[in-house]
Design a protein around this ligand. Sequence first.
Ligand SMILES: C[S@@+](CC[C@H](N)C(=O)[O-])C[C@H]1O[C@@H](n2cnc3c(N)ncnc32)[C@H](O)[C@@H]1O
Length: 286
Amino acid sequence: MPQGRTHILKVGEYLMAIEGLAMMRHILTDPARGRERGRDVQRILENLERPPQSLDLPVTEHDVATGYTAWAPLYDGEANLAIEREEPIVRSLIEQLPPGSALDAACGTGRQAAMLDELGHRVIGVDATEAMLAIARTKVPAGEFRRGALETLPVDASSVDLVTCALALTHVPALAPVMAEFRRVLRPGGRVILSDMHPFTAMTSGVAVIPRADRSLGVPFVENRVHHHSEYIKAFHDAGLRIETCIEPTITDDMIPRFPTYALIPEGTRDALLGMPWLLIWQLAS
Ligand SMILES: C[S@@+](CC[C@H](N)C(=O)[O-])C[C@H]1O[C@@H](n2cnc3c(N)ncnc32)[C@H](O)[C@@H]1O
């Protein structure tokens, strides 16, 4: 979809997409449940001209620069399900490492930089979006924050003990140049901790939705690109990074009511999403 252009999706069309995923998951192994989802689709179709099915959802794609510049003032204040699921897992990995020099790559508003600082690391943060960096500088006064790209990090070779990169690799077109940079800036024996949306999430319309301050209906988003495990593994291997841990957190029952379709199609939402891979977390060693 071209950047910045809006197309209109009907609420009913989105509900049918979720029901379709639910049906796909269960139609062969639990046909009664699959058929129930088919009946939901029929009901949605019959009511497509009535609210809420008939309501318009304006859908607008933004690139990283415009998307995160708009998101910056709301980023820390809004509930974020991916962050809630990711944070305790990544924190427990970081806690097992000795404090040292850490680079938080694509640091955003400094969420993880603040955690690294609290755990005793000297932190450098790099991000492409100045509006996100401005918040990080206030949040972590002891940190050093630089504008730059993951593919050409403004960081000296062999200068850090740890690289973290959270919820950003899904925005880059290719992993190989980024992994080469992570390897370049790491000291021998250093670690890398990566967390991101799972490729399955990115393949099923799991975009990065920018919250709207006025709460109006709509889906402004930054695209999440699909990086399969094989692409990660080749990029790690080519950069000389060894896999120590791979974790794939799934969508759990307590998360289901947090998805926006739950209020209208609770069973369809549960059948579509429960147990699906949601995030992908790696720990690597140089
Ligand atoms: C979802 S936010 C994550 C921020 C932070 N890591 C966190 O987990 O809270 C994604 C961030 O990645 C940054 N970003 C995306 N692509 C980038 C690139 N190629 N180089 C540097 N930063 C990038 C964006 O500016 C944004 O701040």
